[in-house]
Design a protein around this ligand. Structure first.
Ligand SMILES: Nc1ncnc2c1ncn2[C@@H]1O[C@H](COP(=O)(O)OP(=O)(O)O)[C@@H](O)[C@H]1O
Ligand SMILES: [Mg+2]
Length: 336
């Protein structure tokens, strides 16, 4: 189980013709991912999703906050112990084209990563080759046709499957899947999403699924949670289906109404709730709600005070909004 508590991340950027600029990329984010569970992070580009994923994988150090994996605070571990723990969390990037070494065949690549495991398990070359075949089959590839190919000979979908197979070589407990289908042909996306779901179901691998597309978060299986991120802050969370059916925060409502009609979900009304103004990283620290400048329902209090993420009753749902009405989002149209 993974618990992230009050995670903060600031980046200092040295701009060319001005002073240093500080970007507040993640704001007091807390999230829990149970064993075998799936959590999706959703939000526009630049809202801090990748940074959260990278901190979880130990690739970025939090400015503040704690990450607890299987009961251990990773910042308090020694290097070796920390590396062993973090190896159980594998990151899969959005760009399958850059993640593979173009000079290695799939077989060479798989055996290079399996060698370390083989040493640990005191196994030899035969085990490596068996395991390679097993993992490639598991991700839906035919070893005999793919083993001796180079990455450029594969489709985007096949490459992403190879990358997933490579991540599985270390027998991970969790995958951080960062926009894994965004660069893949639309026709091949569903297959990859179904593969992630089956890894969860078969091996109890938990998944942190990062996406800007709510629809893809629905394919991860049952009991998944959705966290909506805006300017680094989690502004709404809950069970994925629940949030999609009854979004409370106007930003979540905007995200939902921007997408095509979802199967099984009624969307009455003609107009859509569209956010036309661009998302801007605030130059100066905003006092009130981070979404107030784009929100069609904002009231004076929204620019004066920041609403906190507050849990609702006994449910897992929470949202950070002073006016969290359930609106017929499809009937609202906004033009800034
Ligand atoms: N290494 C970095 N150095 C400086 N700024 C960064 C760095 N990584 C991310 N950022 C900034 O942090 C914010 C969040 O980025 P990111 O986590 O990549 O968002 P997302 O994945 O949601 O698109 C952005 O404003 C981005 O420019
Ligand atoms: Mg990203």
């Amino acid at each position: 189980m993974i618990e992230i508590k009050n995670l903060e991340k600031y980046f200092t950027i040295k701009a060319k013709f001005s002073d240093r600029k500080i970007v507040h990329a993640v704001r007091r984010a807390s999230l829990t991912i149970p064993d075998g569970g799936a959590v999706s992070l959703i939000g526009e580009s630049g809202c801090g999703k990748t940074t959260i994923g990278r901190m979880l994988c130990g690739m970025e150090t939090p400015s503040e906050g704690t990450i607890i994996i299987n009961g251990q605070d990773i910042s308090k571990l020694r290097r070796g112990a920390r590396a062993r723990l973090l190896q159980k969390i594998q990151l899969i990037h959005q760009d399958p084209y850059q993640a593979l070494n173009p000079t290695h065949t799939i077989q060479q690549m798989m055996s290079a990563t399996l060698k370390k495991m083989a040493r640990q398990k005191k196994k030899g070359a035969e085990w490596i080759s068996q395991r390679t075949n097993e993992l490639l089959k598991l991700v839906g590839l035919d070893p005999s046709t793919i083993l001796f190919k180079y990455p450029h000979m594969l489709s985007g979908g096949q490459k992403q499957r190879v990358i997933i197979a490579r991540a599985l070589t270390v027998e991970p407990e969790m995958l951080v899947a960062d926009e894994v289908v965004s660069m893949i042909d639309v026709s091949l996306r569903l297959g990859i999403l179904k593969l992630l779901r089956s890894l969860r179901e078969k091996f109890n691998i938990s998944i942190l699924f990062i996406t800007h597309d709510i629809a893809s978060a629905r394919y991860l299986g049952s009991n998944t949670e959705l966290y909506v991120v805006y300017k680094g802050m989690i502004i709404e969370k809950g069970l994925t289906e629940q949030v999609i059916r009854q979004p409370h925060h106007p930003y979540t409502q905007a995200l939902l109404s921007a997408m095509p009609i979802l199967k099984g979900i009624e969307k009455p009304g003609k107009d859509r709730f569209v956010l036309t103004s661009q998302f801007r990283q605030s130059e100066e620290e905003q006092v009130g709600c981070l979404f107030a400048d784009r929100c069609p329902f904002s009231q004076p209090i929204c620019s004066e005070k920041r609403p906190e993420l507050i849990s609702q009753g006994n449910s897992t749902d929470a949202y950070a909004c002073f006016f969290p009405e359930i609106r017929d989002v499809a009937a609202v149209s906004v033009d800034h």
